[in-house]
Design a protein around this ligand. Sequence first.
Ligand code: UFG
Length: 343
Amino acid sequence: MEQTIIVTGGAGYIGSHTVVELQNSGYQVAIIDDLSNSNLKMLGQIEKITGKRPVFFEFDLCDFQRLDQCLAELKNPVAIIHFAAKKAVGESVEKPLLYYRTNIQSLLNLLELMPKYGIPNFVFSSSCTVYGQPEQLPVNEQTPFQPAASPYGNTKQVCEEILLDTARAQADLQVISLRYFNPVGAHDTALIGELPTGVPNNLVPFITQTAAGIRKELKVFGSDYNTPDGTAIRDYIHIVDLAQAHVVALERLLANANEKSYEFFNLGTGKGSSVLEVVNAFESATRVPLNYRIVERRPGDVEQIYADTTLANQVLGWKAQRGLEDMMRTAWKWQTEGAGKLL
Ligand code: UFG
């Protein structure tokens, strides 16, 4: 019989790609999503790719009673993959309480109810934001946390601490946190991808919307960083590689192959790319010229960060396969063939 996996935030960007990989690997998926930053049409899109529509519950995970009721309805789920969260850095500075309540309360509610329903396994969406601007690059998992640069970043640090303490205290809870670097790109079918609401904050959706004529120009934030071309460096990872890592992490927990009750892994490619390198990769992958202008640095941005991925490579046996051009090609295909039809 197929095992059931609960995916919170499963209609969102990373969630939807992970649901596809889970269903393609033979798991039954139940999504919980409040649709606050996602679209119900994603379910139909997932069905087009996998031939199967995931079970769906629409509610806010901060509603403890509703969550309790939902878990009672599901038949012996074996794991939860928890994506649902607020994720806009700037908004978190303006509305810190919204971020603390949403991101922390939802985690507490899940953790409190897991023992009641005998759910032992938990995979958590963390972020490289927990490292701040690290003193040494690349960052490995032993690199200490720096003070968080935003309430959003702080929620990821606090959630990881809550998970560590809870996994230590409860013998039947096994947790893996995955620290994402910069997820970009879309599914090759262009049936699912990122759907930013309003003006995108992130680089790649801004690039594709500019190339499509929705935005006038891309502003490159800062060219006076201490990097080879002066623009900031990040470790961009293809969304499908990232989604597949969740299946691998889940299977490690299901096989009881984890060495500790709380483990954490960096998910990146190990390669840093500057903003201008991303712009060039976009132009060369798509042959579409991009209108851009260099402006002031964006407050709160770190100069550079990229992952040491040795631990995920060796322990999970997972390695990102797709390069920057593939990320740009699929992001553009999604922009031109997919996103418009869903908005
Ligand atoms: N950038 C531009 N112009 C834009 C948008 C971004 O030049 O219009 C630059 C940024 O300054 C940065 C790089 O492109 O140097 C990447 O910016 P993103 O906003 O795409 O990504 P961030 O690295 O700032 O943020 C990501 C996630 C956050 C997470 C953070 C952790 O989106 O959720 O990594 O570092 F907190």
